[in-house]
Design a binder for this molecule. Structure first.
Ligand SMILES: Cc1ncc(C[n+]2csc(CCOP(=O)(O)OP(=O)(O)O)c2C)c(N)n1
Ligand SMILES: [Mg+2]
Length: 175
């Protein structure tokens, strides 16, 4: 089961993952941030035999990430894939498009999310290169613990087919 909150990080999931079975997607129609992690906790509690993965942005996770404690308390080995670009990327994208170069209140100063997972009694790993992802995912599954895989991504990678710097350049050209 795949769960997600709201933010540009979720676009990759929706664009590249094909949901093949009923009951495999938990996502907020209203676009509310913070939905994915608590949804994963509930899903794993109801369906303990299934693999439950929550995709979260850094901003998204910080809204309800304390529910990781509930996963540990009830021994629910969810896997959170935390996509960290150091910002509210969606909002920054709109800022660059409408007011190129005028960045306002969209940067985030994040904790060490893999250490956060371990502090709660879960499993945490950092991934900085795509090639390292599979091993981290297998280690998370093998741990049997609630897990956070902390992806440090290039902040310029704002959409599958556009960069933040490209959006800014385009907006400056049109201005
Ligand atoms: C509860 C809530 N507050 C605010 C918003 C508006 N909003 C949509 S996406 C977004 C930023 C998402 O940031 P992040 O989770 O880091 O994902 P990114 O876009 O960087 O991938 C905001 C503030 C929202 N959708 N839901
Ligand atoms: Mg972000």
């Amino acid at each position: 089961m795949i769960c997600n909150g709201a933010g540009n990080f979720s676009i990759w999931v929706h664009r590249y993952h094909r949901y093949r079975r009923y009951g495999t997607q938990l996502a907020p129609i209203a676009g509310s941030m913070g939905y994915g992690v608590p949804a994963a906790v509930a899903a794993k509690r109801l369906e303990p035999e299934r693999v439950v993965v929550a995709f979260a942005g850094d901003g998204d996770f910080l809204m309800t990430g304390q529910e990781f404690a509930t996963a540990v308390q009830y021994q629910l080995p969810i896997i959170v894939i935390l996509v960290d670009n150091g910002m509210y990327g969606t909002i920054r994208m709109h800022q660059e498009r409408e007011f190129p170069g005028r960045v306002s209140a969209t940067e985030l100063h994040n904790p060490d999310f893999d250490a956060y997972a371990r502090a709660f009694g879960g499993f945490g790993a950092v991934v900085k290169k795509t090639a390292d992802f599979a091993a981290a995912f297998h280690a998370a599954r093998a741990s049997g613990l609630p897990s956070i895989i902390h992806l440090k991504i290039d902040p310029d990678a704002i959409l599958p087919a556009a960069t933040l710097s490209g959006i800014r350049e385009h907006a400056l050209r049109d201005a």
